[in-house]
Design a protein around this ligand. Structure first.
Ligand code: PLP
Length: 393
């Protein structure tokens, strides 16, 4: 059975060009880039090239890039460094819809005595900028707001938010794990101090990422050890993965246009057709300000897990907006923060596309999903009562 992979916000396929670039560095060119000999030196040269490729994708300079092990490490390193920069300040501003890489860290910091403001979002998943400004105080050390949401694709106005933070002397970090490679990012044109990315969301392998730290921003290392990354992250470099990430960044820059034309077109077709064919379905998240590859659709009175299981029988991969917590299905914190009604949040599915998806695959899903929802609804007592009450009113 062919796999139709529409779960690219969870992880992506390693691009063939990325794999090819990495392979020599596992076996033949295994030198340590810190070594004095030229065997290691040739690897160091390749790392410099990867740093340039990573920087070019986001309009940064190579010495503003610190390679890390993942998006989570990048987020943690940024926030902890900001707190170390302003030890007298005890306040952090973030949002209710952040990824656990930020949200759980902030909860942990709150348990250690920091004051954390989690900004709410409206029904479209968008921030209220007045509320944001009101949350900034002289005690605020750092703001951490995601550039784009992993579940809905909603894009926050982080560049505007960063400018407002800078006016007040507050450091600004953004989790750009989902936005990098999908929308243009130019660090030479904004006031963001730190930005986190993860390789496996843009066709590089898992276990590699980077943190951008603006030149002139004080940085306290998260991993203390050797002199690697100019003393900003100890540990012998994961050379094949860094080289792979560099190549993936180069490809992402080249594919940005395709993301915003072809991928967006396929996402729109999937969304429009599913909404037209399936009654009582709706999109979660600001329809205009979203990533081009993501759609989060709720199908009322069905459970997301059921939809995923039946789609799985056709080889279709996606994610649901609810998770099993303590034995019961709970809608995600993102959908709850948006106030999505319970009956809708339970049946929400995130489809996230990549440049490797085809129109044929999208047509396949459009054909298979409506009967899946119909089948699940026919088994649901809630649905029967809804349709009966609709018929009588
Ligand atoms: N931030 C966001 C928005 C994410 O979607 C993810 C991964 O799903 C992460 C951070 C964590 O990245 P990693 O898996 O590389 O630690």
């Amino acid at each position: 059975m062919k796999t139709v992979y529409l779960d690219n916000n969870a992880t992506t396929q390693v691009a063939p060009e990325v794999l090819e670039a990495m392979l020599p560095y596992f076996h033949d060119l295994y030198g340590n880039p810190s070594s004095m000999h030229s065997f290691g030196g040739q690897v160091a040269k390749k790392l410099r090239e990867a740093r340039e490729q990573a920087a070019a994708l986001i309009g940064a300079s190579p010495d503003e890039i610190i390679f890390t092990s993942c998006g989570t490490e990048s987020d943690n390193a940024a926030i902890r460094s900001a707190l170390a920069t302003y030890p007298e300040r005890r306040h952090i501003v973030t949002s209710r819809v952040e990824h656990p890489a930020v949200r759980s860290l902030c909860a942990n910091l709150a348990s250690q005595g920091y004051r954390v403001t989690e900004l709410p979002v409206d029904k479209n998943g968008m921030l209220d900028m007045e509320q944001y400004v009101a949350s900034l105080t002289p005690d605020t050390a750092v703001v951490s707001l995601m550039w784009a949401n992993n579940e809905t694709g909603v894009i926050f106005p982080v560049e505007k938010a960063a400018a407002l933070a800078r006016e007040r002397g507050i450091l600004f970090h953004t989790d750009a794990v989902q936005s990098t490679g999908k929308i243009p990012i130019d660090m030479s044109k904004n006031a963001i101090d730190m930005l986190a990315i993860s390789g496996h969301k843009l066709h590089a392998p898992k276990g590699i990422g980077f943190l951008y730290v603006r030149k002139g921003t004080r940085f306290s290392p998260f991993l203390i050890g050797g002199h690697q990354e100019k003393g900003r992250r100890g540990g012998t470099e994961n050379t094949p993965s860094i080289i792979g990430l560099g190549k993936a960044c180069e490809l992402a820059a080249r594919h940005l246009e395709t993301e915003n034309t072809t991928v967006r077109g396929l996402r729109d077709k999937l969304e429009t057709e599913l909404l037209a064919r399936i009654p009582r379905s709706r999109v979660n998240g600001d329809p205009k300000g979203r990533l081009p590859n993501t759609t989060n659709i709720s199908f009322e009175h069905v459970e997301g897990e059921g939809i995923l299981l039946l789609m799985n029988e056709y080889g279709i991969c996606a994610s649901s907006g609810s998770a099993c917590t303590s034995g019961s299905l709970q809608p995600s914190h993102v959908l709850r923060a948006m106030g999505v009604p319970f009956t809708m949040a339970h049946g929400s599915i995130r489809f996230s596309l990549s440049i490797y998806n085809t129109e044929e695959e999208i047509d396949f899903v459009i054909g298979k999903l409506p009967p899946v929802i119909e089948r699940l609804r026919s088994m649901s007592p809630y649905w029967t009562s809804v349709t009966q009450s609709c018929a009588t009113t």
